[in-house]
Design a binder for this molecule. Structure first.
Ligand SMILES: [Zn+2]
Ligand SMILES: [Zn+2]
Length: 158
């Protein structure tokens, strides 16, 4: 089992917005849906859900817009209005969590997705690493993603 060092700090690319994660994240996964490909400008997006109470960030001073998915669910997307970097996604259906974009952490050396979502729309040349959880679309439950992460990073190091 690996220890996570808390708090984790991060920020946008220009340095205007900084944040700290003070609670253990619930999981960390990669998503290959076309929305994530678009917003990352790359082959996938990554999400690290954290308890809202465990995120210190100046959410009011970030730019934001609300995206509605095909299934009608909405997510508030927060970004730096100077450099455009996305920092957080807040799902309306679960106000207790905020999805931090883990590529914006200062230390990404430990960042490795526990699972890969929406592999049906992944780039055809992409093959998930051995041992990760695989989902063709949206998982019906995140329990496996949570328990696998907890098994790897169950203890906090402060
Ligand atoms: Zn910025
Ligand atoms: Zn996605």
């Amino acid at each position: 089992m690996t220890s996570l060092r808390l708090p984790m700090t991060g920020g946008c690319q220009c340095g205007r917005h900084r944040y700290a994660v003070t609670a253990r994240p619930l999981t960390l996964y990669a998503c290959h849906c076309t929305d994530c490909q678009t917003h990352s400008g790359s082959l996938l997006g990554m999400s690290m859900p954290v308890p809202r109470t465990g995120l210190e960030a100046d959410l009011d001073n970030l730019g934001s817009w609300v995206k509605t998915a095909a299934n009608g669910r909405t997510v508030k997307i927060s970004f730096c209005t100077d450099c455009g970097i996305r920092l957080f996604h807040e799902p309306a259906r679960n106000p207790a969590i905020v999805n931090v974009k883990p590529g914006t952490l200062d230390d990404t050396s430990w960042v490795a997705p526990i699972g890969h979502l929406w592999l049906d729309s992944a780039q055809p040349w992409f093959e998930p690493p051995a041992g990760v959880l695989r989902y063709s679309g949206q998982p019906t439950s995140f329990d496996e993603l949570f328990s696998r992460f907890y098994a790897m990073f169950g203890t906090d190091e402060r």
